[in-house]
Design a protein. Structure first.
Length: 387
């Protein structure tokens, strides 16, 4: 059966489990792309050149019947120049293809051109792209309603709610009346009017808490990805304090933007969000790198790939650091923890650092892809253990 566009999906979230049950041969293709014309017009051409490189590798190493379907999918992606993969390009592109499906990721940073064909996907550039905070969500709240935004380091986009979901409290609650909904562009006083209780000073906070509880539940019910991505509140401190009392969101950040969303343009909102996320990322990396020396002396950390492999088999790796541009030819068996080293240093198809990173992610550990000068050891990998 010839593939069609339904076999190609564009994903915005990274889950290594998606790539663990595919039968080879598997193609991993990475390239730099461009957000705007005229540079982006050349992107499909560069992609076609990489597909030609993949074809040559297939012809050298596989029987045609083993790769016809995956090759047809790669060709299809290039042929549809108006497909989402090209019209919504960012700074990089990842294409992971098997004989049954192709998954595409838009990356927030440029990547070196890279093609591998093996029995495992190469995902280290993806891990770098989806490190903590690379994608985040902004939940803007005030007394009148809430708005939801998705962001990265370059842009912020307002998310639409599913049909039937109200974001204005005056529409969601029958006993709520208000002459202004500041978040939604109405004019008038910011003080809502209630008709349920006699004491106005008590009514405001009690009803606001109920409304914010509704906002939190709405987000959690309809946006499952919130369970794994950081959420940042946007709004006045007094409203944020009430929201935090009633919302139990595990990824809700302590850091926030203490300003009404309607008082900022998109540029200011993005700059404030990115500044917070970058600060959190740097704090997390520094804290864990700072622990490495003492933990290694006590046997709770290691930069030996074989020791890390055994620790992964015992499910005790808390954090893994992998060197951004270092490839270690070889493979890793996550069941036994054993490593086997490859002989060809030019062969990036099987990369131990990539295998160890995937195994850490699959066990719920954190992975940080760092440049050489920030790594705590020269081996290309280093790990902190859970206990």
């Amino acid at each position: 059966m010839r593939p069609d566009l339904s076999d190609i999906t564009v994903q915005s979230e990274f889950d290594p489990a998606l790539f663990s049950n595919h039968e080879g041969p598997l193609v991993s293709l990475y390239m730099t792309t461009h957000r705007h014309a005229p540079e982006n017009r050349q992107d499909p051409i560069r992609y076609k050149n990489l597909v030609t490189e993949a074809k040559n590798l297939f012809e050298l190493n596989y029987d045609r019947k083993d790769y016809e379907s995956v090759l047809a999918q790669l060709d299809l992606l290039e042929a549809y120049r108006d497909a989402d993969v090209w019209t919504h390009a960012k700074d990089g592109l990842a294409v992971l293809a098997s004989n049954s499906k192709t998954t595409v990721y838009h990356l927030d940073y440029p990547v070196d051109e890279f093609v591998s064909i093996t029995d495992k996907f190469h995902v280290k550039p993806l891990i770098r792209n989806f490190q903590f905070g690379s994608h985040y969500y902004l939940l803007a709240i005030d007394e009148n309603g809430f708005e939801l935004f998705e962001g990265d380091f370059h842009s912020i986009e307002k998310l639409e709610m599913p049909d039937g979901v109200e974001t204005e409290f005056r529409k969601a609650f029958d006993d709520y009346t208000n002459s202004l909904s500041g978040m939604n562009g109405h004019q008038g006083s910011h003080s809502p009017t209630y008709h349920r209780y006699g004491d106005k000073s008590n009514v405001d906070e009690k009803d606001t808490a109920e409304h914010f509880r509704y906002a939190a539940k709405t987000v959690e019910d309809h946006f499952a990805k919130f369970r794994s991505c950081p959420i940042m509140l946007v709004g006045l401190p007094e409203n944020q304090a009430i929201f935090r009392q009633v919302a139990a969101m595990p990824t809700l950040l302590n850091e926030s933007i203490d300003k009404p969303v309607e008082s900022m343009d998109e540029k200011e909102l993005l700059e404030r969000a990115v500044r917070i996320i970058e600060g959190i990322q740097e704090t997390r990396i520094r804290e864990r790198l700072g622990r490495f020396g003492d933990e290694a002396v006590q046997g709770r950390a290691s930069a030996d790939p074989r020791e890390i492999g055994h620790a992964l088999a015992e499910r005790k790796v808390e954090t893994l650091f992998v060197e951004q541009d270092k490839l270690i030819p070889g493979s890793f068996d996550p069941e036994t923890g054993s490593l086997s080293y490859g002989a060809d240093m030019l062969d990036a198809s099987d990369d131990l650092t990539d295998d160890l990173a995937q195994a850490t992610y699959a066990q719920g550990g954190d992975v940080f892809v760092l440049p050489h000068d920030r790594m705590p050891a020269e081996t290309g990998v280093a790990a902190l253990y859970r206990y």
